[in-house]
Ligand binder design. Structure first.
Ligand code: TEU
Ligand code: CA
Length: 563
């Protein structure tokens, strides 16, 4: 890879840090994180060395799905603050050189949005066509699966109109009708509103689902899970809409866009992110998240299958090597804590393993999307009781499993590993009550390990995960090879070590990551021919490095970068 041939962009070189505002910092003691809380922590954020902040939805919402059910796109959720707070937050970020990316949730809105309040009244209401309806005189609608409906049925009957509305997600999240040009114009107008305020981009929630199938052909009864997701993502007019959005809105600003892309795979991703098509900049996929996780997040033996993981990530790199641009992430608000999911949260491994996973995220080709709290090595809370969960998805799936007479013990065990709430517990600022997140009662329990795992303690400890993450950000910034260099996988069949090189012009960096709790010895000859006795160690998550004649031994979860 030659630097001269690369189209450099700030959104390729930056590291994204995701903030889930509800759980970041409460400023007024109501137990819910808020915008003032984020403002109070701006220096912490800046000191991480990240570049781009993605905020989960902060718009007005009745919070059936924690803000992904929006009742007013141009206002701030009352619990989070008001527009003046938002403007102060944006200014504070920009003063510190940080870009701000907002969530754009336009596959659906809240049933409390005025559009739906109007639409549901009669078929001749002007807003009726802002949504998708199946008239009851045509009989029962063809089966469509819903993520969060208590019966998993995506159609819900509305008496006043004698028709069913479509909702891929919760009952309170009716899907918007993109077929209607008036609706599209409203959305574009709203996007201009936020860009004119100065935001720097959008992360587009389930954007691949916005185009529905004409006439709703019958799907098989068992058309659920991944099959249904892939079908949802192949609506016939998806790319027409995104191209239109690009022409109408996106091209007018220096901003970045990233699709949340369920149903996007290596064979179709370029349709979204090939710059020549003028749609979006980036997409993030779910292919690695699905390894070892089945329907309703029941886990199987492949949960930490490293060979499969390497295969998936390498295939994605190949798909985007010449065109488009990749994204790299482990955790977000929909997935478990990375250290529990991909390594080990056992007390003897958690810290080193967290550093190893951070090393991976920041040394792959693609923009890293880093989830808040991972820099502290936060781990899953692992609730024992269903009553502890707040997430509509977990609660519905539990009830469905119960009604079917399914295995509830297996469900609870799997959800200790996979439930979304594991990533939604508050950030640990210090060892005071509730980790310093709130002076009141937190909306969801704080992980009791906050007493040891917290930002204040890590600030004092030069060896901490927090300091390591800061160093990593500097190493990435100082080495464009880690941003743009070609990626070459070594030892694809090795079940414990993930090894690869990054090469830009004459520079090669070797990355060795031990994803296992054993020490592992490798033959240097198998590692791309670097002279290890003379190599410069750029980074090591341990103090020792064991190199002998012809061999290198990695300690459990060790991560090393060499040049
Ligand atoms: O997620 C969409 C989505 O596909 C998720 O349901 C995801 O697949 C699941 O959590 C894990 O398989 C987005 C948001 O990120 C999520 O928080 C919202 O609940 C959802 O859309 C609805 O807006
Ligand atoms: Ca609050």
């Amino acid at each position: 890879m030659k630097l001269a041939s690369i189209q450099r962009e700030w959104w390729k070189e930056g590291v994204v840090y995701q903030i889930y505002p509800r759980s970041f910092q409460d400023s007024n003691g109501d137990g819910v994180g808020d915008l003032r809380g984020i403002i109070n922590r701006l220096d912490y954020i800046k000191d991480l060395g990240v570049d781009i902040i993605w905020l989960n939805p902060i718009y007005s919402s009745p919070n059936d799905d924690n803000g992904y059910d929006i009742s007013d796109y141009r206002n701030i959720m009352a619990e989070f603050g008001d527009m003046a707070d938002f403007e102060a937050l944006l200014a504070g970020m920009h003063e510190r050189g940080l870009k701000v990316v907002m969530d754009l949730v336009v596959n659906h809105c809240s049933d409390e949005h005025v559009w739906f309040q109007e639409a549901k009244q009669s078929r001749d209401n002007p807003y009726y066509d802002y949504f998708h309806w199946w008239p009851a005189e045509k009989g029962t609608p063809p089966r469509r699966w819903s993520y969060f409906d208590p019966e998993a049925n995506a159609w819900r009957y509305n008496e006043a109109t004698n028709s069913y509305y479509l909702h891929y997600f919760a009952i309170k999240q009716p899907d918007l009708n993109w077929e209607n040009p008036k609706l599209r114009a409203e959305i574009y107008d709203m996007m201009h509103f936020w860009f004119k305020k100065g935001i720097d981009g959008f992360r587009m929630d389930v954007i691949t689902f916005i185009s529905k199938h004409d006439g709703y052909p019958e799907f098989e009864e068992k058309y659920q899970g991944q099959k249904m997701i892939d079908a949802y993502a192949q609506g016939p007019r998806l790319h027409e809409y995104l191209h239109e959005m690009n022409r109408e809105v996106l091209q007018h600003y220096d901003i970045m866009t990233v699709a949340e892309g369920p149903g996007t795979h290596t064979d179709n991703v370029l349709n979204l992110v090939d710059a020549d098509r003028q749609e979006l900049n980036m997409n993030y996929h779910f292919d690695h998240q699905g390894i070892g996780v089945g329907d309703r997040f029941i886990v199987n033996d492949d949960f930490q299958n490293l060979v499969k993981f390497k295969q998936v990530m390498s295939d994605w790199d190949t798909a985007l090597a010449d065109k488009g641009w990749n994204t790299i992430y482990f955790g977000n608000h929909d997935f478990p804590r990375m250290v529990t999911r991909w390594a080990s949260d056992a007390p003897e491994h958690r810290r080193i393993a967290s550093k190893m996973l951070s090393t991976y995220l920041l040394t792959m080709r693609g923009t890293p999307y880093y989830y808040m709290g991972d820099e502290l090595g936060m781990s899953n809370i692992k609730f024992d009781n269903i009553e502890d969960y707040k997430d509509i998805m977990t609660i519905n799936w539990y009830n469905l499993t119960k009604e079917e007479g399914g295995d509830l013990e297996q469900f609870m065990e799997s959800h200790k590993l996979c439930a979304r709430d594991n990533a939604r517990t508050p950030i640990h600022w210090d060892d005071s009550a509730h980790g310093g997140f709130t002076s009141g009662t937190p909306w969801i329990q704080v992980n009791p390990n906050y007493v040891e795992v917290n930002a204040a303690a890590q600030e004092q400890d030069p060896d901490s995960e927090l300091h390591y993450f800061r160093t990593l950000n500097q190493v990435r910034k100082n080495n464009l090879t880690l941003v743009y260099g070609a990626y070459d996988l070594l030892l694809p069949e090795h079940t414990q070590v993930y090894a690869y090189t990054r090469t830009l012009d004459e520079d090669t960096i070797l990355v060795l990551l031990n994803f296992s709790s054993d020490s592992v010895t490798l033959n240097i000859a198998d590692l791309g021919g670097m002279n290890m006795q003379q190599a410069q160690v750029l980074l090591n998550n341990l103090t020792e490095l064991n190199i002998t004649e012809g061999q290198i031994t990695l300690a459990p979860y060790q991560a090393v970068l060499m040049r």
